[in-house]
Write a new protein. Structure first.
Length: 90
């Protein structure tokens, strides 16, 4: 039990933020997974659309403060690298 009202409020805010951050992280991971699944299927238009969506979700996570901008840049770079190399192998 928190010792005072302000500590209780801070704990409640932290719980709310943690839930919100978890939802954004989950959305990001799902978008990346869907892009990778599209790569496996090999349909060019679907791949481009899923990449666009994944990049958009990652950028939104940065604006919400869930991801650091350098971490987002790293993730986007890896997705672009997969996009460039994977279709050439098929």
């Amino acid at each position: 039990m928190p010792p005072n009202r302000s500590a209780a409020k801070r704990a409640a805010q932290a719980r709310r933020r943690a839930l919100r951050n978890a939802a954004v992280k989950s959305r990001t991971k799902t978008a990346i997974r869907r892009f990778r699944e599209a790569l496996e299927q090999g349909e060019e238009e679907t791949i481009k659309e899923k990449l666009r969506q994944a990049i958009r979700v990652i950028d939104k996570a940065v604006t919400k403060g869930v991801l650091h901008r350098n971490a987002a840049a790293r993730r986007k770079s890896r997705l672009y690298k997969l996009f460039r190399t994977k279709p050439a192998q098929q």
